[in-house]
Design a protein around this ligand. Structure first.
Ligand code: ZN
Length: 288
């Protein structure tokens, strides 16, 4: 083991480091949360980082995209390439695989089957719901990161760790039903619904505030849970909420609802769950 992990091993031992060095991670969403999280993976020294995101960098990402340089061209810089470059620049021992695809793609589904851990860094609940289900069906530990600025003066986020069927985004009530339902609709269905009910608030694709310090806290909490779980320091905490406006991190005392269809129903049952059905819905491949 090289000296680069000396100070890490003082915390979790050579065996813990060895486990990290044997762990592969699929990171879905290579943006404001994914880029600082990837940095931790490189520094911790995991075996492999597979980064998935179909988007390219745009000018408005530059306030929070860790590892994007001022002269990276816009357009023309795939987010996954920037994240993988950062990982390699920090730690060339880490194997990287850029996946410039949306979550709903055969490539990312295959990576989910291959990975030891799955990490979701989205700003929407639709893809979050799919990755939550995918992780359970393939029986992989899943960490979901969310930063949240719901109204002026309120800012923070949360980290949910879901493993062994002991709670997930579904049974912890962390998914916005309406948002998830809309995500699954075709553009025609959405148009029809909007014509009847009016356009729902927040559905106009407007982007909310997002800043690097808050994303950095969320990514660090998530990376800490990943580290303690992989190295065996302790069990990861199921749900933590960062209240930036109060300078607090709270551990949720909420228990998952019983009989979760994800945790208790389809976990570890890829045949029965047929998660591949999402790949047969072409409209989900776009507009993530
Ligand atoms: Zn559940």
């Amino acid at each position: 083991m090289s000296d680069r992990y000396h100070r890490s091993m003082l915390l979790f031992g050579a065996e813990g480091q060895q486990r990290l060095c044997e762990t592969s991670v699929l990171l879905v969403g290579a943006g404001g949360l994914g880029s600082p999280f990837a940095q931790h993976l490189a520094l911790l020294g995991v075996k492999r980082v597979m980064a998935a995101d179909a988007e390219e960098l745009d000018e408005t990402n530059r306030n929070r995209f860790v590892g994007a340089r001022f002269d990276d061209p816009v357009p023309g810089s795939a987010k996954v390439d920037l994240v993988c470059r950062t990982v390699k620049e920090i730690n060339p021992e880490v194997d990287v695989q850029p996946l410039p695809f949306n979550l709903v793609s055969a490539e990312v589904f295959a990576a989910a089957r291959e990975a030891d851990w799955i990490v979701g860094c989205f700003d929407k609940d639709g893809p979050r719901a799919i990755l939550n289900e995918l992780s359970a069906v393939y029986d992989k530990p899943y960490i979901d990161l969310a930063s949240d600025v719901p109204e002026p003066g309120i800012y923070g986020g949360r980290v949910c760790v879901s493993l062994n069927g002991n709670g997930c985004l579904e049974c912890m009530g962390l998914l916005d039903r309406r948002e998830v339902r809309r995500y699954f609709e075709t553009p025609e269905q959405r148009e029809r619904e909007d014509a009847i009910y009016g356009i729902p608030q927040g559905a106009l694709e407007e982007k909310g505030p997002s800043v690097s310090p808050i994303n950095g806290v969320i990514a660090s909490i998530a990376a800490t849970e990943f580290m303690v779980a992989v190295t065996g320091m302790r069990e990861p905490t199921r749900l933590q909420e960062y209240r930036g406006w109060e300078s607090k991190v709270l551990v949720s005392k909420d228990e998952p609802t019983a009989d979760c269809p994800i945790c208790k129903g389809i976990r570890g049952k890829p045949q029965e769950a047929d998660v591949e059905r999402y790949l047969r819905l072409p409209h989900l491949r776009f507009g993530e």
